[in-house]
Design a protein around this ligand. Structure first.
Ligand SMILES: Nc1ncnc2c1ncn2[C@@H]1O[C@H](COP(=O)(O)OP(=O)(O)OP(=O)(O)O)[C@@H](O)[C@H]1O
Ligand SMILES: [Mg+2]
Length: 498
C-alpha cells in the first residue's frame, strides 16, 4: 500500500486498496475513477482521507447554479494552490484543465464530490471532461491527475458510464461503497452479543454515519440496554437519527412528490411487496407507480428481488433498515413521537410490529447475506452462486410455501440445471423443532418434481434466533443434510453443538 489508511478509518480495506492503486498509479496520463454508493456510507470520508494522505484536491459540490459552482471551484483551487493571482475560471473547460494540471508533477487525486449536483447545473460537464481526457489530448498526456467523480444518485452516477454517455469506457476505477455487512456492523458498533447485534442492525443497518454524527456514538451497553437505547436515540426527537427516515427522501432531488414515495415505501414495509400489492396499497394504477419505484431503486433505497422458483414474480425490499423501522414503528405514531416524553409509551406498544415487520424480515435477510458471504462452502456442498427467496406451489395440499433462504450453486459442465445447494427457514423468535424440518422436506420433494434445479444434494437449513428443540438437534446430528444455524454462527461463532 502506497497511501497509508488513517487509523480512524474503520475497515474499508478493500475500498482503500482499490483507491490506493488508482491514485498511486505512476503511469503517465490523466485517469478517471467513479465512486458511488448510497448516502451516508462513507464515500466522502474515504475520499477526504485519501486526499489528505496523498496531498490531493477535494471539492464538494452543492446544489448551486452553474456560475456559483464555477466560482466555488475557482476559490477552492485558489485556496489549495495559493497562486499569485486568484483563479477566476471563465468556463468549465478552463476549470477542468486547471484541475488536471494538479497532476503535472506527480500522480495526484482530484476529487469532485457530489458530482450529480454539478451535472444538474452543468449538463455538459461530462462531455467537457471527456474532451479533456481524450487519448491524445494535451491534458491527458501531460498530467497524472487521478480524477475521481463521486456521488450517491445511482441514476446519475450509473448513467455516466453507460450507453452513449461521453465518459463511457473511460473509467479506470468504478468503486461502489456499500453498507457494512452485519458482521462488520457489529464490530463497528462494538457489540459482541449476537442477538443484540441483530436487533441493532435491524434498526440502523450498516450505515456508518448512524453511529457517529447521528447519535454521537451512543451504543447499547448490553442486551438489557436495548430498549432504553431505542428510546434515547432513534425515537428521540432531539437526535438527527429521529428525522433521518424522512430526510433521506427529502434529500433526493428526484423525489419531489414526497407523499407518493413515502406511501410506496410504507407499502413495502407493510409486506405489500409486489408491484400489484404496492399499487393497491397506494391506491394508484400499476403504471402510475412504475416511476417512483424506478427512482427509489435508482437511489438504492429499494431493491428488486426475483422469486427463485417463479419467473416474473419479483418483490421489492427496502434496502435501508432505518426506513423500514421508520415506516413500521415511527410513522404510524409520528405525532405522538414528536412530543417529548412519549417514546417509552410508543415503544412499549410497538413490540409486535417491531418483531413481525422489522426483526423477522431483517433476520431472514441477515441469514441470506451470511450464506452468500460467510457460510463454509464445504458444509453447503458448493459455492453459492445466488441466494434469494422463493415461493413454491403445493397443489395437493392446496397451498403455497414461502422459502426464506434459497441457495443455488454453479452448474456442473454438461448439466444445465443449477444445483439447489440448500433451502432454509429463518425464525427469529421461535424455537425451531422437527415440524420445521418436515416442512422443508416437503418443499424439497416438491422442488424435485418441479425440475428447475437439481435437488439431489439439497441441504435443509434451520436458522433460529431462539434455538432448537432437542428433538431437532438429534435429527440433525444423524443427518449431515440438515444444518442448524444459531445466531452466534451468523456472527462467526462455532456451529451450534448438536
Ligand atoms: N470507514 C469509516 N470509519 C469510521 N467512520 C466512518 C467510516 N465511514 C463513514 N464513517 C462515518 O460516517 C459519516 C458519514 O460518511 P460520509 O459523509 O462520508 O458518507 P457519504 O457516503 O459521503 O454520504 P453522502 O452520500 O450523504 O454524502 C462520516 O462522517 C463518519 O463519521
Ligand atoms: Mg458525501
Amino acid at each position: 500500500m502506497v497511501v497509508k489508511k488513517p487509523r480512524e478509518v474503520f475497515d474499508r480495506d478493500f475500498e482503500w486498496s482499490a483507491l490506493d492503486r488508482f491514485i498511486s498509479d505512476d503511469e503517465p496520463g490523466a485517469t478517471l475513477g467513479v465512486v458511488s454508493g448510497r448516502r451516508r456510507q462513507g464515500k466522502t470520508y474515504l475520499l477526504e482521507a485519501a486526499c489528505q494522505a496523498a496531498d490531493g484536491f477535494y471539492f464538494g459540490a452543492t446544489e448551486a447554479t452553474d456560475t456559483e459552482s464555477l466560482a466555488r471551484v475557482s476559490s477552492a483551487l485558489t485556496d489549495h494552490l495559493s497562486p499569485v493571482s486568484p483563479f477566476h475560471f471563465a468556463d468549465w473547460a478552463e476549470a477542468v484543465s486547471a484541475l488536471l494540471d494538479l497532476g503535472r508533477h506527480r500522480p495526484a487525486p482530484v476529487v469532485l464530490d457530489e458530482f450529480p449536483y454539478l451535472v444538474k447545473a452543468v449538463p455538459e460537464l461530462p462531455s467537457v471532461i471527456q474532451q479533456a481526457l481524450r487519448p491524445f489530448g494535451s491534458a491527458r498526456t501531460g498530467t497524472r491527475a487521478r480524477l475521481l467523480l463521486c456521488g450517491s444518485a445511482f441514476s446519475v452516477m450509473g448513467r455516466l458510464l453507460t450507453g452513449t454517455a461521453p465518459l463511457r469506457g473511460r473509467a479506470g476505477l468504478e468503486l461502489v461503497v456499500p453498507p457494512l455487512d452485519h458482521q462488520l456492523a457489529a464490530r463497528f458498533w462494538g457489540i459482541t452479543d449476537p442477538r443484540l447485534a441483530v436487533k441493532v442492525n435491524a434498526i440502523v443497518g450498516g450505515t456508518p454515519a448512524y453511529r457517529r454524527e447521528f447519535i454521537r456514538g451512543d451504543t447499547p451497553n448490553g442486551p438489557d440496554d436495548f430498549d432504553a437505547w431505542v428510546i434515547r436515540t432513534v425515537l428521540n426527537p432531539e437526535t438527527p437519527l429521529f428525522r433521518e427516515g424522512r430526510y433521506l427522501l427529502a434529500e433526493e432531488p428526484d423525489m419531489r412528490d414526497g407523499a407518493l414515495y413515502h406511501s410506496v415505501l410504507a407499502a413495502v414495509a407493510e409486506g405489500h411487496a409486489t408491484r400489484g400489492g404496492i399499487a393497491n396499497y397506494v391506491g394508484r394504477k400499476a403504471t402510475d407507480i412504475a416511476h417512483p419505484i424506478n427512482v427509489l431503486e435508482g437511489a438504492g433505497l429499494i431493491t428488486r428481488e426475483a422469486d427463485m422458483f417463479r419467473d416474473n414474480r419479483s418483490t421489492y425490499r427496502i434496502a435501508e433498515p432505518l426506513i423500514t423501522f421508520y415506516h413500521a414503528v415511527m410513522r404510524p405514531a409520528w405525532s405522538q413521537l414528536e412530543r417529548p416524553g412519549n417514546a417509552t409509551r410508543v415503544w412499549r406498544a410497538s413490540g409486535e410490529r417491531f418483531s413481525t415487520k422489522v426483526l423477522g424480515p431483517h433476520f431472514e435477510q441477515v441469514c441470506r447475506a451470511w450464506v452468500l458471504s460467510h457460510a463454509d462452502p464445504g458444509r453447503l456442498g458448493g459455492i453459492p452462486a445466488s441466494v434469494g427467496r422463493g415461493t413454491i406451489n403445493d397443489a395437493p395440499r392446496k397451498t403455497a410455501h414461502e422459502v426464506d433462504v434459497v441457495v443455488t450453486g454453479i452448474p456442473d459442465s454438461g448439466c444445465d440445471a443449477a444445483p439447489l445447494l440448500a433451502i432454509g427457514e429463518a425464525k427469529w423468535g421461535e424455537v425451531m423443532g422437527s415440524r420445521h424440518l418436515e416442512r422443508l422436506r416437503r418443499i424439497k420433494s416438491l422442488l424435485g418434481a418441479h425440475g428447475r434445479y437439481g435437488t439431489r444434494q439439497t441441504k435443509l437449513m434451520c436458522f433460529s434466533g431462539a434455538g432448537f428443540t432437542d428433538g431437532l438437534r438429534e435429527l440433525a446430528a444423524d443427518d449431515d443434510g440438515v444444518l442448524l444455524i444459531g445466531v452466534g454462527e451468523l456472527y462467526g461463532g462455532a456451529p451450534a453443538p448438536s
